[in-house]
Design a protein around this ligand. Structure first.
Ligand code: ARG
Length: 467
């Protein structure tokens, strides 16, 4: 093995145990495409400002392209003694292109290089995640459209509260994921800043043209402070925060699917192809997919905490601690990608047991608010109306009946303003239809919300890039 590229000032070889401890190649090898792309752009810039000749640049670029192919085809051996992906590519380049390759690292440091690679990687992955979330939104919206007439109890405190449309409930998740997309788009603004040219921390003495390099790499802007550029990992933290929150949304959805698939609720049946059995209890059909999504949310939250803790109290500028940023970042990208994918595939296959859901919405005094509203419309102050409706619930409970099962006389004994029209007023269908306030569960409001969503999903202006 040749000497390390930084061996010059050392009189002893690095201990193997130290090589193993400090190496990050098994993690950061994933950045190779971006490392090569960044090096090609840097090299073109060096030729443009005449720090190297065009022939030298061509030789270096040819070598880099060979290496890309080698890694694509799994033909490059990775070794701890070469630390990281940047060193592997540079060492191999020197083997392939000869001494001219030693010029590539002019006006550059691994500190700005690793920041560049990570930003390019995350820019791509964020755009891909946004596209995946769009596809999920499509599935949710289509499902909501199918269930414009499906009724279920809405809950507060995990107690049946008021009847709602399943479509309305599903569109609540649409809103959450819409905000997630917005947050990821916002992250992209701060990811898409080019740090290259900051060198180790102070900038460089060479007459580099950073705007030219940024143009080649598709960056919208260049970093304004070299010290900040090599020590900033805010863009990772912001992404991990947005991703953790998105996972929290998946976790809440999963929790509902798990509850709804129990015998106690029996609102849904998960597709057999997305459930697993028990090795001992033959009757079991377990909701492992939503359970694992719920579980993986813990890792996503942990990864955010890891990065915040990693960066807290780090003095400027680059510190080796920062090498630990990549494993949690990659893990969250993979986890979120997998969860979006599996949810997108699973949701359309869920069987909603409409009759059971409807049944559950018709029992348990979910129309008590509407009885109060009925009285309030007829001039009773709402607080008094609320008290009277409560009395009616107590009366019905004592007789083991629902409110709408009481006779008109019984209802009138609580308040003489009650007329025969109360019975249709208290039906689930009418209760839902009356909730026409903007954002409410009335079918025509939900249909509007779905139409707005469909228009938004199909608007290519909203889509950042294809993947
Ligand atoms: N492997 C390092 C990392 O991921 C690259 C930067 C190393 N810089 C240094 N001065 N040792 O952070």
């Amino acid at each position: 093995m040749a000497d390390k590229l930084w061996q010059g000032r050392f009189s002893e070889k690095t201990a193997h145990i130290v090589e193993r401890f400090t190496a990050s190649i098994q993690v950061d090898r994933r950045l190779y495409v971006y490392d090569i792309q960044g090096s090609i752009a840097h090299c073109k810039m060096l030729a443009k400002v005449a720090v190297i000749t065009d022939e030298e640049a061509e030789a270096i670029i040819r070598g880099l392209e060979i290496i890309r192919q080698e890694i694509d085809e799994n033909r490059l051996d990775f070794t701890d003694s070469l630390e990281d992906i940047h060193m592997h590519i540079e060492s191999r380049l020197i083997e392939i292109a000869g001494p001219v390759a030693q010029k590539l690292h002019t006006a550059r440091s691994r500190n700005d290089q690793v920041a560049l690679d990570t930003r390019m990687y995350l820019r791509d992955e964020t755009a891909r995640l946004i596209q995946r979330l769009y596809r999920l939104q499509k599935v949710i919206t289509a499902l909501a459209r199918q269930h414009l007439n499906t009724v279920l109890p809405g809950y507060t405190h995990m107690q049946r509260a008021q009847p709602v449309l399943l479509s309305h409930h599903l569109m609540a998740y649409y809103e959450m994921f819409l905000r997630d997309i917005g947050r990821l788009q916002d992250c992209l603004k701060r990811i898409n800043v080019m740090p290259l040219g900051s060198a180790a921390l102070a900038g460089t003495t060479f007459p580099i043209d950073r705007t030219f390099t940024a143009g080649l790499l598709g960056f919208e802007s260049i970093s304004a402070n070299s010290i900040d550029a090599v020590s900033d990992r805010d863009f990772i933290i912001e992404f991990l925060a947005a991703a953790a929150l998105c996972m929290v949304h998946f976790s809440r959805l999963s929790e509902e699917l798990i509850l709804w698939s129990t015998a106690e609720f029996s609102f849904i049946e998960l597709p057999d192809s997305f459930a697993t059995g028990s090795s001992i209890m033959p009757q079991k059909k377990n909701p492992d997919v939503p359970e694992l999504i719920r579980g993986k949310t813990a890792t996503a939250i942990g990864n955010l905490t890891t990065l915040l803790t990693l960066m807290k109290s780090l003095p400027l500028a680059y510190n080796r601690d920062m090498q630990e940023d990549k494993a949690p970042l990659f893990d969250t990208v993979d986890t979120l990608t997998a969860c979006i994918e599996i949810c997108t595939a699973m949701l359309p296959k869920i069987k909603f047991k409409k009759a059971t859901m409807h049944q559950a919405a018709c029992a348990g005094y979910l129309n008590a608010t509407d009885l109060a509203d009925y009285l309030a419309i007829r001039g009773v102050a709402f607080r008094e109306a609320h008290r009277l409706a409560g009395e009616a619930v107590g009366f019905a409970l004592a007789g083991k009946k629902e409110l709408h099962e009481l006779s008109l006389e019984q209802l009138q004994s609580i308040c003489p303003l009650i007329q025969d029209d109360i019975f249709s007023f208290l039906t689930t269908g009418e209760m839902i239809d009356r909730r026409t306030s903007y954002g409410g569960t009335a079918a025509k409001r939900v249909a509007q919300a779905i139409a707005t969503a469909e228009k938004w999903i199909d608007d290519p202006k909203e889509h950042l890039s294809d993947s």
